[in-house]
Design a protein around this ligand. Structure first.
Ligand SMILES: [Zn+2]
Length: 189
């Protein structure tokens, strides 16, 4: 589906893939957590996250808690900001300048060499750059996607009805909004 590019830019894509280790697949419609399997089998992990190996500090519980915090942050829950601040503290984030293409750039890095520390630093950089606000979870199927629209107004994941049992996220809400607009125009809803 070329119209539905959901991939996040740069390292934020690793965060998006990590968030989507919990999903509700279209075929089963059952909440599925891939993390226990991923954390248990290094080969499977390497396939999914080739450049970010797990460290001893990355226990399954720690990974699952981080993912839950990131999901609530993507949903825009107010309490998520306290949870993120705690994450930033425990990753002991530090600022580092780099000379890139003739200019000094500021980067946030984690002092903690774990996968969790890496993810937390990528999230902090994305918040600083404004890209974080475009990483969203679909209110319908909960899939995490990156909003590439010009004004950042996308709400649903863009999954379209692929067959008789296919999901079309946000369709009911979209139809309701359309009818409301038509009714305001004086048309027949
Ligand atoms: Zn969806």
């Amino acid at each position: 589906m070329p119209d539905h590019n959901q991939t996040a830019p740069g390292e934020l894509e690793v965060v998006r893939r990590f968030i989507n280790t919990w999903s509700i697949p279209n075929d089963t419609r059952e909440e599925t957590d891939a993390l226990p399997e991923l954390a248990r089998a290094p080969k499977v992990w390497r396939k999914e996250f080739p450049d970010q190996p797990l460290s001893r500090a990355d226990s399954l519980v720690r990974l699952q808690r981080l993912r839950a915090d990131l999901r609530s942050a993507c949903r825009g829950e107010v309490s998520s900001s306290g949870a993120l601040n705690e994450r930033f503290n425990s990753a002991a984030l530090r600022l580092k300048t780099r000379w890139v293409g003739g200019a000094t750039k500021l980067n946030i890095e984690s002092s903690d060499a774990s996968f969790v520390g890496y993810i937390v630093a990528v999230v902090a950089n994305a918040i600083a750059s404004g890209e974080w606000a475009r990483l969203k979870t679909c209110p319908d199927c909960r899939w995490a996607f990156y909003d590439h629209t010009r004004n950042g107004s996308k709400r649903w994941c863009g999954m379209t009805k692929g067959g008789p049992d296919g999901r079309a996220c946000g369709t009911i809400a979209k139809v309701t909004a359309y009818r409301a607009r038509e009714a305001r125009k004086g048309g027949v809803a």
